[in-house]
Design a protein around this ligand. Structure first.
Ligand code: CA
Length: 233
């Protein structure tokens, strides 16, 4: 039995939307296209897709607002499409909770492989087939239950979108040890990631807001200047 994996494409350029639909359907995904931000949100709420591809330059409701509104109600993976010259939009999108971005013009093949990679990592764990050991990572104020896909900070549950979860997992697996930026990007976004390291920094910033008592003076998710990050208890 095969479960349908639905992808919502919010894109107002018909030619690009068609190309994405064609290529994603060819890969076996079910595809819904919405031509503006308002209908994008409607479709999202009706269909609860497994992943959202979201253009930021949209009529009706701007892409950044769509991103923020979707993230406020769901941890669905979001890949944003940004124009080449809009560095600020890209960073804003990541700060609002997007998992990844692709800069226009892009190769559809690359986008499809990002979709696959993102879905592979975001897939919720299979229900344990009886008696499987539960894996829990606990460092300092953070407790991550991998089987349940749950994170608590100082006992309070926190919601993490897929990339934040994976990044935190990578750090918690090696407490106190330096993880270079390259290594973290490799582990969380994949070895063929072609974005820049800004993506990593923005995700670190988002995690700090959820973990640190004072995000401006992090005590746990600390920067190792010029090299990377480490997580200390
Ligand atoms: Ca557009």
């Amino acid at each position: 039995m095969r479960t349908e994996v639905r992808i919502l494409v919010v894109e107002d350029e018909p030619a690009l939307a068609d190309t994405l639909r064609y290529n994603l359907e060819r890969e076996g995904f079910a595809v819904t296209v919405a031509p503006d931000g308002r209908r994008g949100l409607e479709r999202f709420r009706e269909e609860r897709p497994s992943l959202v591809i979201l253009d930021l330059m949209l009529p009706e409701v701007p892409g950044l607002d769509v991103c923020r509104l979707i993230r406020a109600e769901s941890n669905v993976p979001i890949i944003i499409l940004t124009a080449k010259d809009s560095e600020a939009d890209k960073v804003a999108g990541l700060e609002l909770g997007a998992d990844d971005y692709v800069t226009k013009p892009f190769s559809v093949r690359e986008l499809v492989s990002r979709v696959r990679a993102t879905l592979r990592r975001a897939r919720p764990p299979e229900p344990a087939p009886g008696g499987e050991a539960e894996e829990v990572l606990e460092v300092g104020p953070v407790r991550m239950d991998l089987a349940r896909h749950e994170v608590r900070v100082r006992g309070e549950p926190v919601d993490l979108p897929p990339k934040e979860f994976e990044l935190l997992e990578a750090l918690l697996r090696r407490p106190g040890r330096l993880l270079t930026r390259e290594r973290l990007i490799d582990e969380v976004w994949g070895p063929d990631y072609f974005g820049d390291t800004r993506t990593l920094d923005v995700h670190v910033k988002r995690l700090r807001r959820k973990i640190e008592e004072d995000p401006h003076h992090p005590a746990h998710l600390v920067t190792v200047r010029g090299l990377g990050y480490k997580f200390v208890g």
